[in-house]
Design a protein around this ligand. Sequence first.
Ligand code: FAD
Length: 225
Amino acid sequence: MDAETATLPRDARHRVERSKARARYDRDSVHAILDAGMIAHVAFCVAGQPFVIPMLYARDGETIVLHGSIASRLMGELADGVPACLGVTHVDGLVLARSHFDHSMNYRSVVVFGRARAVVDEAEKALALSRFVDAMIPGRAAESRAADRTELAATHVLRLAIEDASAKVRSGGAKDNPADLALPHWAGVVPMRTRYAAPQPEPELVDAALPASVRQLLAANEASA
Ligand SMILES: Cc1cc2nc3c(=O)[nH]c(=O)nc-3n(C[C@H](O)[C@H](O)[C@H](O)COP(=O)(O)OP(=O)(O)OC[C@H]3O[C@@H](n4cnc5c(N)ncnc54)[C@H](O)[C@@H]3O)c2cc1C
């Protein structure tokens, strides 16, 4: 058994059961996978009905910041502190095996458990919204207008404390059954990356020059090509 898994009680809700060697529970592994993403699937139950809602998120220390319309019934339920579970996944490659059974994916994923609380302080809400913009593209918050009081009043900002979290990482090639190695089928990994394409400016820009945040994003994009 993996040493990290062995230290978790058998009934821990975040204890990975299968492929335990792929499990990570340390803060750095969990944070790195969260910080590499933008979209989380947030799950919670209301009156026995499960919901899974895809949302933008930003990690801030040991909390995850979420936001949404004040008109959203589900955001209101989340803000009331119902138990929630949040998942983030990155697919790094297709793993093609000689057999159907051994096809797989390389991935990094995180599952977080916690409860959200509503942020009510205006300054804290405004800061949280700027974090979303910077989480999407670093440096962008300073290049655009901050939320005004009306916009803040129309927005729920929630902080979900990370109570328990697990990460799971698969890397490497196909794990074919030795009996299949002599089959004539191709096997291997097809790596997968998210790429940005050329920016499409809005028609009525006061200043059409690309801002630094976008230039840096595109430069990083090129460097990783
Ligand atoms: C892109 C992708 C595709 C996948 N496709 C499949 C598939 O088709 N079929 C399949 O059976 N499995 C698939 N998995 C793996 C799946 O996510 C579970 O890990 C798997 O079902 C085994 O769960 P378990 O029995 O170990 O844990 P469970 O008993 O299901 O869960 C116990 C706890 O383990 C943790 N945990 C479980 N899985 C993950 C994870 N991926 N990341 C972080 N924490 C986790 C959670 O905290 C969870 O509460 C896929 C994973 C990814 C990322």
